[in-house]
Design a protein around this ligand. Structure first.
Ligand code: SF4
Length: 126
């Protein structure tokens, strides 16, 4: 089986062709050895850092940017996104705060990418 990928390790965006022959994974088109490693990983076990936003209450922003602490398997992405979609936080939130620990039993946490202060509620005039 032959697969084609675009290497995303650097801006050169080399077009990679990866195939398995006699138990060996062969990468063609890579401009450097980092591309070979990327091609092998994409072919065998593709992973990505997850960055998205989650709902937050009581702050001047309605969504909080979050990021995974490590790469997560691409084929389980919909499971992680489903879990993240259900999160509703209350401000304040500190940068680096764990939002979901061990998401999807992956061993990877989701943490806040920034801090968010709690907004002060205005007092109603009587
Ligand atoms: S193969 Fe090397 S040079 Fe080409 S995009 Fe990947 S990292 Fe960059």
């Amino acid at each position: 089986m032959k697969k084609e990928f675009t290497c995303i390790v650097c801006p050169m965006s080399c077009a990679l062709t990866v195939e398995e022959k006699n138990g060996e994974i062969i990468v063609l088109g890579n401009g450097c050895k980092r591309g070979k490693e990327f091609g092998i990983n994409e072919f065998t076990d593709p992973k990505r850092m997850v960055t998205t936003t989650v709902k937050v209450m009581g702050s001047h922003l309605k969504r909080l940017p979050v990021i995974s602490t490590d790469e997560l398997p691409l084929d389980h992405l919909f499971v992680y996104m489903h879990e993240l979609y259900q999160v509703v936080l209350e401000a304040p939130v500190e940068k680096g705060q764990i939002i979901i620990e061990n998401i999807g039993n992956s061993g990877v946490d989701i943490v806040a990418s920034r801090s968010l202060k709690q907004i002060e509620l205005k007092k109603e005039n009587a």
